[in-house]
Ligand binder design. Structure first.
Ligand code: NAD
Length: 473
């Protein structure tokens, strides 16, 4: 049992004013593995006050100093990679390869922010004006459970690179990962108050951060419904807001695609992070005339997909993070069946031979109409919909007929043709014949997938405000 009874304010580990104890689970066993003592609104106010005190001096630091800090933070988090991997496996249930990637990603994002900062010019000219990009102030950073350590480090790295100080509210369900990251960041020896980490509930700590007048900037990753609440809370004091929200990403399989190459990629895109990924490719658009061939290939691929023990290296789909998430996924599988979609793989209940843990069967529906709830709503589990299309125009129309617009995938034997279609898709990122990630490129959503962008120069500028200084001499 891990007891986490400290939060991090003003450079020190302190006992929270809040006294609620929150159980932490291993989702693969359903066992309680620890307890976190949650911060409350008073703790959030103390953290904001510390960040506010630290801001004036920190905002005047130069690039060199901030780059050095980011490098020290990178080294400190990288040194804890094995502990972080262990926590990600135990507390979140990520399969081995995903868990390793997540543990490395947490330190990598710090180095990437240092690189962006290195190349960034904070001043530029516009006619007679000198335009200075100035840090916004105290940033409130709120993270979800599906990549908690990575989001803490990524958002903090960008805020500090810009010269903002930060109050972080991580997911309360990821307190073990948060403890490891906080200890690492503490060892990097930054001045007190630059970052403060208060694990608590969204409705208390999160709400306090998103409405407090001394917070100038909010960067939130999570569900679309909470994103809207945060936008409303921030409106009163006109906070700058970046929202990275949900998705229902289309995977456009063009009629010339080689299914032996494309189906494994489509299944990987759909089941990534055990299906608990905002960028998962959950609507697979397939030409009507090749539907049967595609379905047969998908069935073979899903049969090879192992759902189960996250510590088994052959596993690619781990458990859902919580009982609530497991029940949500089960509910959507039932809705799919009831609405007339045809199951071609998986279905309700746990995978064969597993009787404990929040495991679901990797599931694929065909004969899905884009109007069905399983095609419109984010399920956040390994449940995919195959939607047949008549021709390319129909495919583009279906791809764009969604409230979301975070990511899309286009697969074709003809790169040029795929790139042309990519231009017509309403999504923040379109991956053409690849599942690669590019940390220098902007990331974020069209429509209800969010507001603003993270990563690279676009991400940095989301923590900055332009100021024009005009002189005539
Ligand atoms: P969530 O929205 O329930 O919670 C996210 C965070 O917000 C948590 O820390 C939570 O405590 C906090 N929160 C909850 N209510 C709040 C409130 N009223 N005020 C302030 N903060 C509040 O999301 P989740 O269940 O943790 O994560 C899953 C969701 O996140 C999915 O919808 C997924 O698509 C989305 N997500 C998006 C991205 C992206 O980059 N676009 C990445 C990962 C996850």
């Amino acid at each position: 049992m891990q007891i986490i009874d400290k939060i991090y304010i003003d450079g020190a580990f302190v006992t929270p004013h809040g006294d609620e104890l929150f159980n932490l689970f291993n989702p693969a066993t359903e066992q309680v593995i620890g307890q976190a003592r949650l911060a409350d609104a008073q703790d959030a106010r103390d953290a904001i006050a510390a960040a506010k005190r630290a801001f004036p001096a920190f905002s005047r630091t130069g690039k060199r100093e901030r780059i050095d800090m980011l490098r020290r933070m990178h080294e400190a988090v990288a040194a804890k990679e094995d502990d972080l991997y262990e926590a990600i496996t135990e507390e979140y249930g990520a399969p081995v390869s995903r868990g390793r990637w997540m543990a490395q990603h947490a330190s990598n994002v710090l180095l990437e922010a240092a690189k962006v900062l290195q190349d960034y010019a904070f001043t530029r000219r516009a006619g007679i004006a000198e335009v200075v990009m100035q840090p916004l102030g105290v940033a409130g950073l709120i993270t979800p459970w599906n990549s908690n350590a990575g989001f803490i480090c990524g958002k903090l790295a960008t805020a500090l690179a810009a010269g903002c100080t930060a109050v972080i509210k991580p997911s309360e369900m990821s307190a073990i990962q948060t403890r490891i990251v906080t200890e690492a960041l503490h060892e990097a020896g930054l001045p007190p108050g630059l970052f403060n980490i208060v694990t608590g509930r969204g409705e208390t700590v999160g709400a306090q951060i998103s409405s407090h007048p001394d917070v100038a900037k909010l960067s939130f990753t999570g569900s679309t419904s909470v994103g809207k609440t945060i936008l409303r809370a921030g409106a009163e004091t006109l906070k700058r807001v970046t929202l990275e929200l949900g998705g229902k990403s289309p995977v456009l399989v063009l009629d010339d695609a080689n299914f032996d190459e494309v189906v494994p990629l489509a299944i990987q895109a759909g089941f990534m992070n055990s299906g608990q990924a905002c960028i998962a490719g959950t609507r697979i658009l397939v030409p009507q005339q090749r539907l049967a061939e595609f379905e047969a290939r998908v069935q073979q691929e899903v049969a090879r997909t192992q759902a189960g023990d996250p510590r088994d290296p052959r596993t690619t789909v781990g458990p859902m993070v919580s009982q609530k998430q497991w029940e949500r996924v089960q509910r959507y599988i039932r809705i799919g069946i009831d609405s007339g979609a045809r199951l071609i793989a998986g279905g309700e209940g746990r995978p064969d031979g597993i009787d404990a843990g929040w495991f679901v069967r990797p599931t694929v529906f065909s004969d899905v109409a884009n109007e069905m709830a399983i095609a419109r709503e984010e399920i956040f589990g390994p449940v995919l919909s195959i939607i047949a299309y008549r021709d390319t125009e129909d495919a583009v129309a279906i791809a764009n007929d969604t409230n979301y617009g975070l990511q899309a995938y286009v697969f074709s034997a003809d790169d040029q043709r795929a790139r042309e279609l990519a231009r017509r898709i309403e999504a923040g990122r379109v991956l053409v014949n690849t599942l690669a990630h590019e940390p220098a490129a902007p990331f974020g959503g069209f429509k209800q997938s969010g507001i603003g962008r993270e990563y690279g120069t676009f991400g940095l500028e989301a923590f900055l405000e332009p100021k024009a200084v005009l002189t005539v001499s």
